[in-house]
Design a protein around this ligand. Structure first.
Ligand code: AHM
Ligand code: MG
Length: 334
């Protein structure tokens, strides 16, 4: 039997590669894993919850309130990291502001976490894969005090870890601590994640493009020219690119990482910064993409070098294999 590695074993084994590690980061990642298992179990029941057990907002037959899954996921991730008292604070796409945990133990935590607890949640109604995206930073405020906004408004190049869970036909966790990207598949019969995708690299020769092309009339001239050109001029020696867009970022990104493809959410006339949140979505995905050998830009600069000024700010996003991103960038600067 070949050697099987669980996520827990992998975290312990690789902990020493992170020079500043004291085990705290590992514990933080473990607490996210636990919350993801709970959220995964609830997502699997989503059809039952809505159609048979009652809609969100109803009370079920056990007298429990049915919650919307994004609210539920938000609570689970926050509770899970707070309960282990290993971080001084969390910022979530679902919350207006960051949460600074108050216990003395939490105040001693060295890290903060930013999370999009259930990205693409509108897809749950139609049984399409959704995900959780997270990123971890070392705090800039003094250890022992309460977390402050500056702890959360750091450029993505300061991330010490980032990852996502994908709740799909199988559930996976993909993450990086700056030493490449590794993917783990959840075995629901055992309740553990196993290393299934070691050292993930995005293929250099991509042929997929992923974009909400319904926004075409509102894209910049450069984006429109790019889209027109890849369809008219058939880039790959007679073979056109393949258009694939699920509308669930984690799923679109995960597929493109494995198969090679460009993902973009450009600005539009009414929303020049697009839709995606810099701190919760663009930065963690950009870090993962760079660690997998790709690049991520907002069209003007590297995503990871943008200094955020507010928690919920948005940024245009183009990420994928170097060649494909360079190709679209050449249109954006014309
Ligand atoms: P959400 O955080 O409200 O779920 O929105 C983010 C999602 C991404 O998963 C996805 O890539 C994008 O919105 C799709 O947006 P659109 O429907 O405009 O194409
Ligand atoms: Mg989101």
């Amino acid at each position: 039997m070949s050697r099987i590695t669980t996520l827990g074993e992998f975290i312990i084994k690789t902990q020493s590669q992170v020079s500043y590690s004291t085990g705290e980061l590992s514990k933080l990642i473990s607490s996210l894993r636990l919350a993801a298992k709970i959220v995964n179990a609830e997502i699997n029941k989503a059809g039952l919850v809505d159609d048979i057990l009652g809609k969100a907002g109803d009370t079920n037959i056990q007298g429990e309130d049915q919650q919307k899954l994004d609210v539920y996921a938000n609570r689970k991730f926050i509770d899970s990291v707070e309960a282990r008292e290993i971080t001084c604070g969390i910022a979530s796409e679902e919350e207006d502001s960051f949460i600074a945990f108050d216990s003395p133990q939490c105040r001693n935590g060295k890290y903060v976490i930013l999370i999009d607890p259930l990205d693409g949640s509108s897809n749950i109604d139609v049984n399409v894969s959704v995900g959780t995206i997270f990123s971890i930073y070392k705090r800039v405020s003094p250890v022992g005090e309460k977390a402050i906004i500056e702890d959360f408004l750091q450029p993505g190049n300061q991330q010490v870890a980032a990852g996502y869970f994908i709740y799909g036909s199988s559930t996976m966790m993909v993450y990086t601590t700056g030493n490449g990207v590794n993917g783990f598949t959840f075995d629901p019969t055992i309740g553990s994640f196993f290393l299934s995708h070691p050292d993930m690299r995005i293929p250099e020769e991509g042929s997929i493009y992923s974009v909400n092309e319904g926004n075409y009339p509102f894209f910049s001239q450069g984006v429109r020219d790019y889209l027109k050109n890849i369809k008219q001029n058939i880039p790959l020696e007679g073979k056109p690119y393949t258009g694939r867009y699920i509308g669930s970022m984690v799923s679109d990104l995960h597929r493109n990482m494995l198969k090679g493809g460009l993902y973009m959410y450009p600005g539009t006339t009414s929303k020049p910064n697009g839709k995606l949140r810099l701190c919760y979505e663009c930065n963690p995905m950009a870090y993962i993409m760079e660690q997998a050998g790709g690049v991520a830009t907002d069209g003007n600069q590297r995503i990871l070098d943008i200094v955020p000024t507010e928690l919920h700010q948005r940024a245009p996003l183009f990420l994928g294999p170097k060649k494909m991103v360079a190709e679209i960038e050449s249109y954006l600067t014309r």
